[in-house]
Design a protein around this ligand. Sequence first.
Ligand SMILES: [Zn+2]
Length: 156
Amino acid sequence: MSIHTDYEKWEEMNESGNCPVYNSDSMPEGMIDLYELEHSWLNSKPVECMKWACHVTAKYHDPELYDLEEEELFGFMIDLQMYSKALKEVTRAVKINYESHGNSLPHLHVYFYPRNMNDPFPGKPIDYNEKRDDIYDEGEYEEFVKKMREELASMD
Ligand SMILES: [Zn+2]
């Protein structure tokens, strides 16, 4: 579902009362809370288009940055900074890519894609539709989750 395939449904979710995040509905299959800070949650799942992809979900329903109060905006950005720094430390990525769409869910969230010379999308943006269930070796995802939590706890 997206604004391109079902605009009416998207517009309906735009009302906070119909937002699955706002309503604390269950998360998409396999998705976990990696960490929680004052203004956001860091989420991830093992099936992704590339290793170590994760995303930050704001605790405010507003879908756009320009909807946030100054204090909310600042707090959200500080959370993004801390999460991305931990991600860099844990993954040794060369560059973190940041993407915020909201075309499927009108609730502010930002994706992190840690880039490396040998990542699956050389010379181009990642394609998040190319999700695979074999991006992690045995036990690698669990190790990533553990290290991220430890790193973030040491910074928090
Ligand atoms: Zn929402």
